[in-house]
Write a protein that binds this ligand. Sequence first.
Ligand SMILES: [Zn+2]
Length: 95
Amino acid sequence: MKIILVTDSLKNLTHGIYDDDKKTRCGINITKADNVSRCQKGNEMNYLGEITCPKCKNKIAKEMIKADSKKMKALLKEERLKSQNGTDDDSNNKS
Ligand SMILES: [Zn+2]
């Protein structure tokens, strides 16, 4: 998932928003007339430190951890399947 940086000229903060979303992670609708001039979409986020809005930072951090642990679980499952199906030398070496 791609996160785009949104600079907020009113609060002098940088928010984060998903590429296809209308709202920042802290809930600012950047398509609203009041916010269009205030919030400016910028570059893609490279690292979490680029976001200065604490709410956005928190949410995105949690979402990143969630996505990571999902990936880890999938990897672990794959590894387990491999070791079950692969050659199990241990059983042959036991005397
Ligand atoms: Zn925010």
